[in-house]
Design a protein around this ligand. Sequence first.
Ligand SMILES: Cc1cc2nc3c(=O)[nH]c(=O)nc-3n(C[C@H](O)[C@H](O)[C@H](O)COP(=O)(O)O)c2cc1C
Length: 200
Amino acid sequence: MFIDASSLDPASTYRLLVGSVVPRPIAWVTSGIPPHTVNLAPFSSFAWVSQHPAMLGFTINRRPTGLKDTMRNIERDGEYVINIAHQDLLDDVHASSEALAPDVSEAEARGLDLTPSQLVRVPRLAGAPISMECVHERTISFSPTGGDFVVGRVVGWHIDETVMRDGRIDTELLRPLGRLAGPRYTTLGTVIELPPVPGG
Ligand SMILES: Cc1cc2nc3c(=O)[nH]c(=O)nc-3n(C[C@H](O)[C@H](O)[C@H](O)COP(=O)(O)O)c2cc1C
């Protein structure tokens, strides 16, 4: 089967994207500086885009009614936190995608504790095993149906000792979540370790 991309509308393109790029890690983003509402939302169009300095990127799609709260907060404040959930937090990750009013915190609505960050003024999620404090670097805006690719520099890492082994983050201890197409998720499957490849 071959599909010419020019024949596709936004909805069918989206379906192909979320089915092809799997499983996707999830950036669970806190944004907003108190006394503003601290917003929480998941984004799976997520990757690291620079090694050193560490930069992370994710795409925020636009709503027909305008920008999502996360985008508005990042534009206003220039900082945010990307939290990483473990699998026990799945229900909270999923539920936090609900489009609540800008003055309602998804973290508060789910009873999730926030705690101050060190280098940014946006709080992080206390229960997340990893939180990365980010300063906004740049946004690459595509068409209204393309969304806004937000890139931020990691200025600080919070890593729970319980996911560390021999000085590294151990994926099996982290038990991360992956997003699939639709409201479907996956957890870590079999881990396969191969010998390193010279120069690889
Ligand atoms: C696991 C998961 C991943 C998501 N990934 C994205 C994404 O990459 N981009 C996006 O715009 N929306 C994504 N969404 C939807 C947003 O989380 C949702 O629109 C949310 O209400 C945005 O919140 P805000 O308006 O408070 O910023 C995702 C939802 C879920 C459950």
